[in-house]
Design a protein around this ligand. Structure first.
Ligand code: FES
Length: 237
């Protein structure tokens, strides 16, 4: 079986940026709708996860570290403690309260002359009488991705691969924090602007404000895959 760096076509000592760039190219080539196959698509993803995992560990955003969230008392009733008879290290707290997500559809912004960077974007959206599909709030269980949470309450937000390999499910995080696993395709310029992937990102903060459906933002469009067909192709594999 080819080594991960051979699957991506990079040298053994390739740096992180080179690996990420090769991954983006290989994702597009291997996608079933671009002449590839679901099996090849998965092989490319596995190779990237393997190489990316050598240098970094999956973790929430730096901005959501425990230090910044502040210490939590072990008597806090919102914390569930795990138990393991063979493990005497301090237990990790497990959240059980749902997160609240407030969302607005990127497509309604231009209709109203709004921008993602408007300080009062969500206040304006809340007063504009938008349809529930365009603006609103929902709650999401801890451990669910943002996309899963939206689907749970009946929304059909955009997606394609559901695995961090495209940008069809991208959202702009305006307030709060959405985790960003290591195996994602977004370049640093976009993550610096608050763009995250809803299919693999889980809310970290109690409240989250996002603009979803941002696939036509500059830089995001280049990473799109055809919507949906990967799911259909996979079921035929
Ligand atoms: S990264 Fe492809 S659907 Fe989320």
């Amino acid at each position: 079986m080819p080594a991960p760096h051979e699957v991506l076509g990079v040298a053994r000592d390739a740096d992180e940026e080179r690996i990420r760039s090769a991954y983006r190219d290989r994702v597009l080539e291997s996608h079933p709708d671009h002449g590839g196959s679901p099996a090849e698509f998965r092989r490319v993803r596995t190779a990237y996860e393997s190489l990316a995992g050598e240098g970094r560990s999956p973790a929430p955003d730096a901005e959501s570290t425990a230090d910044e969230q502040g210490p939590r008392s072990p008597w806090d009733p919102s914390i569930q403690w795990t138990t393991d008879e063979d493990d005497h290290s301090p237990p990790e707290p497990q959240r059980r309260d749902p997160h609240t997500v407030e969302y607005v559809d990127y497509e309604v912004l231009s209709d109203h002359g709004w921008a993602i960077t408007d300080d009062d974007l969500f206040e304006k959206a809340s007063e504009a009488g938008l349809d529930p599909g365009d603006y609103g709030r929902f709650q999401i269980d801890p451990g669910d991705s943002l996309l899963e949470g939206a689907e749970e309450v009946g929304f059909t937000w955009p997606f394609s691969c559901r695995g961090g390999a495209c940008a069809n499910c991208a959202v702009a995080v305006v307030d709060g924090s959405l985790s960003q696993p290591v195996s994602h395709i977004l370049p640093e310029e976009l993550t610096d602007e608050g763009i995250r992937l809803s299919c693999v990102g889980q809310p970290v903060t109690d409240d989250l404000r996002v603009v979803y459906n941002v696939k036509h933002l500059p830089g995001v469009e280049d990473l799109l895959l055809p919507p949906g067909p990967y799911k259909r192709a996979s079921s035929d594999d």
